[in-house]
Design a protein around this ligand. Structure first.
Ligand code: PLP
Length: 408
């Protein structure tokens, strides 16, 4: 029985005869699965000690004040926005308060703003970091602005410490969506520790995975207790400050966004290997950029994504902006790559104002002003960046395929 199980946990290492370059590889090790398996056989499937262990370890390693595991990065954003508008929150946001959101965003960076009753204003991003910059924030900031959602895109960020200082000076909340940048640092400080609230995602393909999962971080105990109550039904169970006076005591509104214990076990095991996976991804990225730039066919067809000043990145994916001269070829090029088994996707979800769902709500934006977001939408895409070292053969094939753009 034991041997059978160990065999099941082995990674299926079948070398593909046909070239294949997916967006994400299987980053789960035998040890990660074994940790999950231990939880399974313990029969403690619902959130318990492992979740607490992961939260404590994560908080200490990233030097966060408080953090709480949830069932996804989207849930982390949802909890942050609902905490900010909750009657228990001191200086809470009010219905209709304006919140700046980058127009290059993920759907659940934006929707929780609306779901919590706030008014998003979608604004442009910086073309080098794909994130908001202080300059862009200042241009769009008005008396109505009460919060800023900052997304650290694909392992990078922009002038985040200046943005933090600006938000403090203006007395507005900074929500740091760090779902794509676990492990990256700005001036030696981990991303995810700048916002009043921050989110992390452990979805498949991110820097670490627990299948589904995420963390929400905050800076003070009352916010932490509020998040904890909202995470589980508005219940006062496990909230030491509010000593239970009776069973089934509900002290607030709430959701059920608790993670599974098995996700915590796998997530913790993965998190302990984060540095190793980051190093392999950085190695693969360097190899790929060098190979493309050294090719005889290199003719500045692409702009690569480089770390912003003072950023030590933890890469997620390999984003590319096509040379503006090649914009017209993008669609054909994407289908060429896909036909040749190179999976592609937009950068986050491109300029979100082009998504059909945007029409369902009355959202404030001026499309003409979203100049860089449009560039990212029209010229941008990304391919995977695996957690195992790419072979020279794979890099050679990938280089050739990418540079075929000149002949499309
Ligand atoms: C910027 C950003 N925010 C939030 C999320 C949501 O995370 P999850 O998939 O864990 O819900 C993602 C997902 O990829 C993301 O890219």
């Amino acid at each position: 029985m034991k041997n059978k199980i160990l065999k099941l946990l082995e990674k299926k290492n079948i070398e593909n005869k046909i070239f294949n370059y997916p967006l994400h590889d299987d980053a789960l090790s035998k040890e990660d699965l074994a940790e999950g398996f231990k939880v399974l056989v313990s029969r403690q499937l619902t959130m318990s000690k492992k979740t607490k262990e992961f939260e404590d370890y994560f908080r200490k390693k990233l030097k966060l004040k408080y953090c709480l595991m949830v069932n996804s990065g989207s849930s982390a954003n949802l909890l942050s926005l609902f905490a900010l508008t909750n009657p228990k929150k001191k200086n809470r946001l009010k219905i209709g308060d304006e919140c700046l959101v980058p127009s290059v965003c993920w759907s659940t960076s934006l929707w929780p703003v609306i779901q919590a009753g706030l008014k998003p204003k979608l604004i442009d991003v910086d073309l080098n970091s794909f994130s908001l910059s202080l300059e862009i924030i200042k241009k769009n900031f008005t008396k109505k602005t009460k919060a800023i959602i900052l997304i650290n895109v694909l392992g990078n960020t922009s002038d985040i410490d200046e943005i933090r200082r600006f938000a403090t000076k203006k007395k507005v909340y900074l929500i740091e969506d760090n779902c794509e940048s676990l492990g990256s640092k700005y001036r030696n400080k981990y991303l995810g520790s700048f916002g009043d609230f921050s989110s992390f995602s452990f979805y498949y393909s991110h820097q670490i995975t627990s299948g589904e999962g995420g963390m929400v971080a905050c800076k003070n105990k009352s916010d932490y207790l509020l998040l904890k109550t909202l995470r589980a039904h508005g219940w006062d169970r496990d909230i030491s400050k509010h000593k239970q006076t009776k069973n089934f005591n509900f002290i607030n509104s709430g959701f059920n966004l608790r993670p599974l214990e098995i996700s915590a076990a796998i997530g913790l095991s993965q998190f302990k290997r984060l540095k190793k996976m980051m190093a392999v991804r950085a190695f693969n990225r360097d190899m790929l950029i060098n190979s493309i730039k050294k090719s005889v066919n290199w003719n500045n067809q692409f702009n690569f994504f480089y770390p912003f000043k003072n950023v030590k990145p933890s890469w997620f994916g390999f984003p590319i902006l096509l040379n503006p001269k090649l914009i017209k070829k993008k669609e054909k090029f994407m289908s060429f790559l896909n036909k040749n088994n190179v999976e592609t996707r937009p950068i986050i979800s491109g300029n979100f104002v082009n998504q059909p769902a945007i029409k369902l709500y009355n959202i404030n934006f001026n499309k003409k002003k979203l100049i860089n977001a449009n560039q990212i939408d029209k010229r941008g895409f990304f391919i995977g960046l695996p957690t195992i070292k790419l072979s020279n053969k794979k890099i050679k094939i990938l280089t050739e395929l990418l540079l075929r753009i000149s002949h499309i």
